[in-house]
Design a protein around this ligand. Structure first.
Ligand SMILES: Nc1ncnc2c1ncn2[C@@H]1O[C@H](COP(=O)(O)OP(=O)(O)O)[C@@H](O)[C@H]1O
Ligand SMILES: [Mg+2]
Length: 280
């Protein structure tokens, strides 16, 4: 697969810019604030529909404009595709493949695959768990596009459950039990799906990363990557995992109602990087 052209309209600092990638490698050179990172961000958006800068759509649209468009053409072994992402200041974004609007954004994902490697990746090791979760989620969205939908569902339930907890902060748990149970069931169902896919991805990645790490470090270091969920993951079946999730929610119910936020679930999980049995 090969990205052949990129056409940016009213995206970030670009008014109307066509770029053709004709060589096997392309080097972008320019002074600060000329749009190098913006161009890479456009590629990232076509691949994942996300930006690691966590920008909102209106930040991506050129100042003073109401829409932006990123259009890319790809050469693949057996086909040629073109991808269009349209961003709007006052309504929802839309996506099209080969000129045809795709109603489900999920179907747009996975057409273009991109890997970003940068000095900021140090943050993956040094930064907060959120950075590692976000990195893993972006990877998963490209590998298993349905994951975008699963993650969205989880965040939606989480937001609603948090709003509920906040509204009834410090209310005795007993009086809320039946209503809370409804949110718990949804949180557990959606959350378990997130946990299972993240754990599976890390289990696939870990041996590959370990092998590469050993070859770079001269085999003096052993790298291990684990998905550390805040509920025990030894449980093998999804049902057992769900039961463990429920149990943990029950355990933390008083604390949750005291603080008014959800304390259990994949939004608080960690991706552990361990070298020679010590956190990296
Ligand atoms: N929504 C926007 N509208 C107009 N300009 C923008 C927008 N977002 C970012 N910029 C501009 O893009 C420039 C930064 O581009 P960037 O790609 O980060 O530069 P670099 O080439 O250093 O990587 C800045 O001048 C910034 O003002
Ligand atoms: Mg830059």
């Amino acid at each position: 697969m090969y990205l052949k052209t990129l056409h940016l309209k009213q995206f970030r600092n670009y008014q109307n810019q066509k770029v053709e990638f004709t060589a096997a490698k392309t080097i972008l050179v320019g002074n600060n604030a000329q749009g190098k990172s913006n161009l890479l961000e456009a590629v990232e958006l076509l691949a994942t529909l996300r930006s690691h800068r966590m920008a909102r759509d209106r930040d991506l649209i050129k100042e003073g404009e109401s829409t932006a468009q990123i259009h890319g053409t790809l050469d693949r072994i057996h086909s040629h595709s073109d991808l269009t992402l349209t961003l709007r200041r006052h309504s929802r974004r839309s996506v099209a493949i080969n000129g045809v609007t795709v109603p489900r954004q999920m179907d747009f994902l996975g057409v273009l695959n991109a890997v970003e490697f940068s000095s900021l990746d140090l943050e993956l090791v040094r930064g907060s768990p959120e950075i590692r979760r976000n990195w893993l989620d972006t990877l998963l969205i490209q590998l298993e596009p349905v994951y975008a939908h699963i993650l969205h569902q989880y965040h939606q339930v989480l937001r609603q459950r948090n709003a509920f907890l906040k509204r009834y902060v410090n209310t005795p748990e007993k009086s809320l039990q039946s209503e809370l149970a409804i949110w718990d069931a949804q949180l557990v169902t959606a959350g378990t799906r997130v946990i299972i896919r993240r754990d599976r991805a890390i289990k696939r990645l870990s041996p590959i990363a370990s092998a590469w790490h050993a070859s770079i470090s001269g085999a003096s270091e052993v790298l291990e990557i684990n998905y550390a969920a805040n509920i025990p993951l030894e449980k093998t079946s999804p049902q057992e995992l769900q039961a463990a999730f429920f149990a943990k929610l029950q355990q933390r119910a008083v604390a949750e109602l005291h603080r008014g936020i959800t304390l259990v679930g994949p939004h608080r999980d960690e991706v552990e990087l361990i070298i020679n049995q010590t956190p990296a």
